[in-house]
Design a protein around this ligand. Structure first.
Ligand code: 6PG
Length: 240
């Protein structure tokens, strides 16, 4: 059952999501000695990341125990304006004292398919005690497009081809960059998944995700097997 939290506007959503990030980090560090989080891309998380790195929240987090990953990435250089790494660096990483080895960007300098394999190996290196496992994030942050895509899993993608994979290269949005993305296997293996969704244009897809009948868009297929699912919404996206 999803935990749906609605806020009056995007700023209140961002502050609440930042507080949640800090709480989850403290919980993970206290119980497992570290906090492995996959960041969402796009524009909605910007204010939340800035809040996490602000004096209100940053002091609550033992950054030396935090490992930063990405849920998806555009196949562009790390300094490209469309790069999710660049967005996170500008909003969160530059304000947090995270050891460089704990920041795990996707290798967009490699061909997409090679980059996907490389990232899968990195996830296993850091998160699997034995050589092989489905990595279990403490927290996966996700956004959602107006079409119900999440991470870089888009409606119409052949998700059956992701069986047994933890990271794949996808076509991305029509006319856009090719993408790299965690698969649903990894996302649904997380201890906690939190969506950040804001804006009236998201309301129809969100209704389908939360209350619609199948077939659901990729965001509607996120259902942690043994974890929590939380939606941080503003009232516009929630249809209030
Ligand atoms: C990306 C994101 C993507 C994003 C949605 C919503 O790389 O673009 O991972 O899934 O979360 O497209 O984007 P906005 O927050 O900009 O609406």
């Amino acid at each position: 059952m999803a935990d749906v939290r609605v806020y009056s506007n995007a700023s209140a959503l961002a502050r609440a999501a930042a507080g949640f990030f800090a709480e989850e980090a403290a919980l993970a560090v206290a119980s497992r000695g570290r906090f492995c989080v996959a960041l969402a891309g796009g524009s909605t998380p910007v204010a939340a990341y800035e809040a996490v790195a602000s004096k209100h929240f940053a002091w609550r987090i033992d950054w030396s125990r935090v490992h930063i990953f990405w849920g998806d990435e555009r196949c562009v250089p790390p300094d490209h304006p469309d790069s999710n790494y660049a967005m996170a660096k500008r909003t969160l990483l530059s304000g947090a004292d995270i050891p460089e080895p704990n920041i795990h960007p996707m290798r967009t300098d490699l061909p997409p398919e090679d980059a996907a394999e490389d990232y899968a190996a990195e996830l296993k290196r850091v998160m699997c005690e034995t050589g092989d496992c489905i990595p279990r994030f403490d927290l996966v942050l996700l956004g959602m497009g107006a079409d119900g895509h999440t991470a870089s899993l888009f409606p119409g993608d052949d998700l059956s081809g992701h069986e047994g994979r933890i990271v794949v290269a996808t076509r991305g949005e029509r006319g856009g960059h090719r993408r790299l993305t965690l698969t649903l296997s990894v996302i649904n293996n997380a201890a906690c998944v939190a969506f950040l969704v804001s804006g009236v244009e998201k309301e129809p897809a969100l209704t389908q995700v939360l209350r619609g009948a199948p077939p659901k868009p990729p965001a509607g297929l996120v259902s942690p097997k043994d974890g929590r699912l939380v939606f941080f919404l503003d009232s516009a996206a929630a249809g209030f």
